[in-house]
Design a protein around this ligand. Structure first.
Ligand code: GAR
Length: 194
């Protein structure tokens, strides 16, 4: 069994979708949901699924080994960022090298970087008259939205689109593809044979 921890700062629709996708999955288990934001709706959203949640402070995240210790105690194999807005500290990057992924609501390397999240991304896409937008799933490194790209999927940007309508299209793509990409990354054919 591969255990996932999901980090989320906000609403948590992707977290919920991932949890639902892997409920009763033979290989992948969502074991923990973490947030830097005690008021994040994701914490309420996941309560029906009886998955442990953990809220942490900036100090705990950046100046202690608390989060790494907990992930290791729980034997977490893989970290999924789903609308998580803080940079990942060096101790986690080192221990989970190539095992932390993020989803971004645009076609990186454009429209990424510090401060580019939520509707701001879609406003920037619309302001620069792009005909396409989409989603990017990428490995996480020490820079915002910068790691190796694993997967992208496009959608059309219509002249009538607003940031909100584009956000809805992008969310639909995220919900469709993020769990499937996670599953493909964690799929170990040898484990299935045992
Ligand atoms: C998602 O659209 C995700 O791509 C974005 O935050 C949203 C979270 O939605 N992430 C970023 O912008 C990261 N730079 P959710 O809370 O409903 O899952």
């Amino acid at each position: 069994m591969k255990k996932i921890a999901i980090f989320a700062s906000g609403n948590g629709t992707n977290a919920q979708r991932i949890i639902e996708y892997f409920a009763d999955h033979p290989v992948v288990k969502v074991d923990l949901v973490l947030s830097n934001n005690p008021d994040a709706f994701v914490l309420k959203r996941v309560t029906p699924y009886h998955i442990p949640t953990l809220v942490f402070t900036r100090d705990e995240f950046y100046h202690s080994s608390k989060i790494l210790d907990i992930l290791q105690e729980r034997n977490i194999d893989f970290i999924v960022l789903a609308g998580f807005l803080w940079l990942i500290p060096g101790n986690l990057l080192e221990e989970y090298s190539d095992r932390i992924i993020n989803i971004h609501p645009a076609l990186l390397p454009k429209f990424g970087g510090k401060g580019m999240f939520g509707l701001r991304v879609h406003e920037a896409v619309l302001n620069s008259k792009q005909s396409k937008s989409g989603i990017t799933i990428h490995l996480v490194n020490e820079t915002y939205d910068d790691g190796q790209i694993i997967f992208q999927e496009q959608c059309d940007v219509e002249p009538s689109d607003t940031p909100e309508s584009l956000a809805a299209k992008i969310h639909a793509l995220e919900h469709e593809y993020y769990p499937v990409v996670i599953e493909a990354l964690l799929h170990d054919p040898e484990e299935e044979d045992q």
